[in-house]
Design a protein around this ligand. Structure first.
Ligand code: SF4
Length: 422
């Protein structure tokens, strides 16, 4: 997967960053110092971790936060690696140099090339393994399946332990049960994993509340952004997990939705204010998440140096988001509420006579329309069983639409997805 086809291409990044209102000169001031370091390091490759080259002026230190009860301090900016890391080794090297030590991958990312890329890097720079808080995820749920995939992750990543191992994308807490707990205890005893938890972008709040009562869950990665973080359900879930000592990682932090275009007057005002404060709309969305100290880290997809530099600059920038900007973001979230699926799939999926995974389809549409990554969108879309895929355009969604608290045009969006992704 190349930079040009991946997630937020530079062109799209600049567009989304608010160039419409601030111009490219304004953008330069936001990331230029970090990028110039990147360029000099790119021109003169050095050993990872080597801070002694002439161009390596020390950066301010990347802030860290304690990851729940684990006692481990992790960088507040995590390197999301849902891309081909085999052909993109520089990102790992540069991330580490800038103090981004939380690395997030999964067995299924980029057809395995995310984990394999990490293995390539650790083989070349074995001393860096201990600097990294390595997170990977298993799509399996059975204990045998988890063992097989954990061994596969070891083989691919050239490591014999994982810092944090997640059950990938649970929709219901029953997906991690007493059987899983026994597997976790054995894996920890054998030194194969240090911590365990799950990731979730469906019914997050319910899964988190239930996990707060399960003392063997150490960490959770959940959808968390300016659209979701202020709801009472999410606030309660975050508080319960924090109280229980569960480390929290935010993902899908940009709050990108399903509509092809969600521009409003409020959005333009918001972008303008952010640019005047010295950061872009996208940087501001990360900063909004960091405003909550209960979130230890956020996993941000950073497939190219522009995004890594911009996000690193945002993490190092101590300017706070003011109440005015926060109000604007809330207003924008309200105005575009029907453009963003919040993953409350228990509501709409139970209102259907068919097993259409509405939340997954919405996510595919987001990957396709917002990340502009059709390949990723299609790879997730084609995990849906063929029979359901082929029939979902004809399903009656009227009750699901009535029940959806955010008035999403579910039927139209599902049909759009079928048309765009098949
Ligand atoms: S379509 Fe509506 S009800 Fe279904 S998950 Fe999305 S926001 Fe929730």
């Amino acid at each position: 997967m190349s930079d040009s086809t991946n997630f937020l291409s530079r062109r799209n990044f600049l567009k989304t960053a608010g160039i419409k209102t601030a111009g490219i000169a304004g953008m330069g001031t936001l990331i230029a110092p970090v990028l110039s370091q990147a360029a000099s390091k790119t021109d003169q490759p050095s050993q990872a971790g080597d801070q002694s080259t002439q161009t390596d002026k020390p950066l301010e230190k990347m802030p860290t936060r304690r990851f729940g009860r684990t006692g481990v301090d992790v960088s507040i900016l995590g390197l999301g690696c849902m891309f081909d890391v085999v052909s993109n080794q520089l990102m790992l090297k540069q991330a580490l140099k800038w103090g981004v030590n939380y690395w997030d991958t999964a067995d299924c990312y980029s057809g395995g090339n995310s984990e394999k890329g990490m293995g390539k890097f650790f083989s070349k720079y074995p001393e860096t393994r201990k600097e990294v808080f390595l997170v990977t995820k298993s799509c399996a749920r059975s204990n045998d399946g988890m063992t097989r995939l954990l061994n596969q992750s070891f083989e691919r990543m050239k490591t014999d332990y994982i810092d944090l191992y997640f059950a990938h994308g649970i929709k219901d807490i029953s997906e991690v049960n007493d059987d899983t707990r026994r597997w976790v205890e054995d894996a920890k005893k054998a030194g194969k994993i240090k911590y365990f938890g799950f990731s979730t972008h469906s019914n997050m709040e319910k899964c988190m509340m239930a996990a707060s009562k399960m003392e063997w869950i150490d960490g959770i990665m959940m959808t968390y952004n300016y659209r979701i973080m202020h709801t009472s359900a999410m606030k309660e879930a975050v508080a319960a997990c924090t109280e229980a000592g569960i480390g929290l990682t935010a993902m899908k932090t940009q709050g990108l939705g399903q509509a092809a275009n969600s521009d409003t007057e409020t959005h333009l005002q918001m972008v303008d204010r952010f640019m005047k404060l010295g950061y872009t709309d996208m940087q501001a969305r990360l900063k909004l998440v960091w405003e909550n100290p209960q979130i230890a880290s956020l996993a941000s997809q950073m497939p190219n140096m522009t995004i890594l530099a911009a996000n690193t600059a945002a993490a190092l920038n101590s300017t706070r988001i003011s109440k005015v900007e926060e109000r604007l973001t809330r207003q924008y979230a309200m105005e575009t509420s029907c453009d963003y699926c919040r993953g409350c799939t228990d509501i709409c999926e139970s209102a259907l006579n068919s097993k259409v995974p509405v939340g997954d389809v919405m996510r595919c549409l987001m990957y396709s329309r917002q990340y502009q990554d059709r390949e990723l969108a299609r790879s997730v879309f084609y995990q849906i069983p063929e029979e359901i895929r082929n029939s979902m355009a004809g399903v009656d969604y009227s009750r699901a639409e009535r029940d959806c608290p955010h008035n999403m045009a579910i039927a139209t969006l599902i049909r759009d997805a079928v048309e765009e992704l098949v």
